[in-house]
Design a protein around this ligand. Structure first.
Ligand code: NAD
Ligand code: 89V
Length: 340
């Protein structure tokens, strides 16, 4: 049984702790938060007695195989480098880092120890999206030449995550990063990107709408569009909707997790509604299920000695798209990814 320690006992970490409780092959035996109230609440909720206000002190006491970093992005580099010095595997929440240079340094720090750094990039593990990724990868519609990966909502994310309203960057860094990663999972790596952004909600600082055009290595073109300024019915938070055209068919993932697959002249529909795990709550159950799936994937990969799908080396490519999208929107030009 792998022994893990959690750093960061905030809004999202509760999902991670619920998920760890049901993971085969790993358990969380200590927790850390610099905020004593949050540390106490999490410790009581999950019956964890080893509690620390300081991550260095926790790691110095050892006995861990991995750490799960569930803090916001500003602390990721320092905590990942601390974990590297302690010689443990790391699973770290998205966004990877404040900058590409930080992300590259973090990747190198852990790689030098021979341990694994995986970014908790969970959207590609949502069961509805995973079904479509598997279909595309198994050539069910031939070679994809067009894709739209779309997340549009008016849901109030700021009440649960107030920091999202305060940063100069918002939707590409926080949510677009997931949607760009899904585009990579579906269509492969990206050679160039063009982006526009809008700032609609006056109560927040950053951009809340982004529209991105991607050219993929394999030849597909995709549109990745994200909005938290869209008043729509049905409200689809937090669903990612898909339109994919391939040389031999097409796929649509519409609101309500409804899949339509057209192949070989036939049309088939599937209900891809995710399960609502016992500790989950709609509408977040879709994301919560993916947390359980990605954490199991992390443990399975460690035990098999294999690189997890969203290992640091892989997630650097998604993170580069975030940086490139901001550069493109700022300078009004298409950005080649290998120029970063
Ligand atoms: P939060 O602010 O609610 O919680 C972060 C916690 O970390 C706080 O309790 C804070 O006191 C603690 N912390 C910060 N620095 C620390 C340090 N150096 N040592 C110990 N404790 C420290 O944030 P959140 O909303 O839970 O978000 C955390 C991360 O999860 C973010 O990176 C966010 O983007 C990500 N997130 C991911 C998803 C997803 O679906 N993957 C969803 C929501 C949030
Ligand atoms: O997944 C996330 O990173 C969240 C949310 C879904 C609200 O954008 O911050």
């Amino acid at each position: 049984m792998l022994q893990g320690a959690l750093i960061g006992c905030g809004f999202f970490a509760r999902n991670q702790m619920h998920a760890w409780n049901a993971i085969n092959g790993a358990q969380i035996t200590a927790i850390c938060d610099s905020d004593p109230t949050r540390l106490h609440e999490m410790g009581e909720m999950f019956g964890i007695d080893r509690r620390y206000g300081d991550a260095a002190q926790m790691l110095a006491q050892g006995e861990f195989d991995f750490v799960d970093i569930a803090t916001t992005v500003g602390s990721h580099r320092a905590l990942v480098e601390l974990a590297a010095r302690a010689g443990v595997h790391v699973i770290c929440q998205k966004p990877f880092a404040p900058s590409l240079a930080d992300a590259r340094a973090m990747e190198q720090a852990v790689a030098a120890t021979g341990k694994v750094l995986m970014i908790h990039e969970n959207f590609r593990w949502q069961s509805a999206l995973r079904r479509v990724i598997d279909l595309v990868r198994s050539n069910a519609i031939g070679a994809p030449f067009f894709g739209r990966v779309s997340f549009r909502s008016g849901y109030d994310v700021f009440s649960g995550q107030p920091y999202l309203a305060k940063g100069t960057r918002f939707i590409i860094e926080d949510l677009g990063i997931h949607i760009l990663d899904v585009a990579r999972a579906l269509f492969g790596d990206v050679t160039q990107i063009s982006a526009t952004t809008h700032h609609i909600n006056p109560a927040i600082r950053g951009e809340d709408v982004a529209t991105m055009l991607l050219t993929h290595n394999g030849g597909a073109t995709s549109v990745v569009d994200c909005s938290y300024a869209t008043r729509r019915q049905p409200e689809t938070f937090p669903e990612t909707l898909l339109e994919i055209d391939g040389t031999h068919g097409s796929l649509r993932l519409d609101a309500g997790y409804r899949l339509t697959l057209c192949q070989a002249g036939q049309t088939r529909q599937e209900d891809l509604s995710p399960p609502c795990l016992p500790w989950a709550q709609a509408p977040w159950h879709n994301i919560q299920e993916s947390v359980a799936l990605i954490q199991q994937h992390f443990v399975d990969a460690l035990r098999a000695g294999q690189a997890p799908e969203t290992c640091a080396q892989d997630n650097l490519k998604t993170f580069a798209l975030v940086e490139a999208a901001y550069l493109s929107a700022q300078e009004g030009r298409c950005v080649a990814i290998d120029s970063l």
